[in-house]
Unconditional design. Sequence first.
Length: 277
Amino acid sequence: MDAGKLLIPDYHTHTELCGHAVGTPEDYLRAAERQGLTGIGIADHFPLLPEADRSVAMSFSDLPEYVKEVEELKRRYPGYVFLGIEADYRPHTIDRVRALLEEYPFDYVIGSVHFLGPWGFDDERQVGAYSGRDIDRVWVEYLQLVGDAAESGAFTILGHLDLAKKFGYRPSLAVDVEIDRLVERIVGAEVLVEINTAGLRKPVKEIYPSLSILSRLNRAGVNITFGSDAHRPSEVGLDFERAVQLASEAGYTEYAALRPSDTGERAPFDLKPLPSL
Ligand code: ZN
Ligand code: FE
Ligand code: FE
Ligand code: ZN
């Protein structure tokens, strides 16, 4: 296989609408074609609730244009382009978010936890708040919220599952039982989990989720997708060889590929064999 030509799709990409990424949906599509990927899902940040924040997500006034633009690309590249979105899970906003998501024809929704209460724990501008915190407690709270997100029924794919490691703050072994509990909740909720390569570009320098978590997900029968979390077109499909390698080390032989659907049914998928490296 050609270097860099990996026959898998990338379902986690952003656009300039979110205020901290560059490029249009079409730019991301072109990048995916150049990389030889088998599909591209645009999944920009759904407006943040309860208060909009234009530095972390698009605003509600941007949504119709976003949907229209990606739908237009879908028409031009049927079966190759998917309309996704990345929405925040926050306990006090999930009912509104779930209702609002229903108003748009998203093919899939990535559910992500970026906040513990008011604290944007993965935001570089708020990294100072780790000092003085009990890191295991941060993890327990985070894992609990991800489990709640899985069970909310609002999401197709769970984003960057162990995001709390982003700045290198890792849990002690005592948190292991909470990770096992999360895996059980994911199985019960029947959601997909993405292998997200953006962690390689962050201080932790590691794919989300870790090999240890991914192995447990595999044993439990949870299906996976792939995402670069690209915030610029040059990041589309980035480090996907390493992502496939990790999946294979974790015991995976298949991944979930979204199936084009006109029925309005969200995100039916087929299991496809992992490409060999
Ligand atoms: Zn982002
Ligand atoms: Fe995210
Ligand atoms: Fe993202
Ligand atoms: Zn993300």
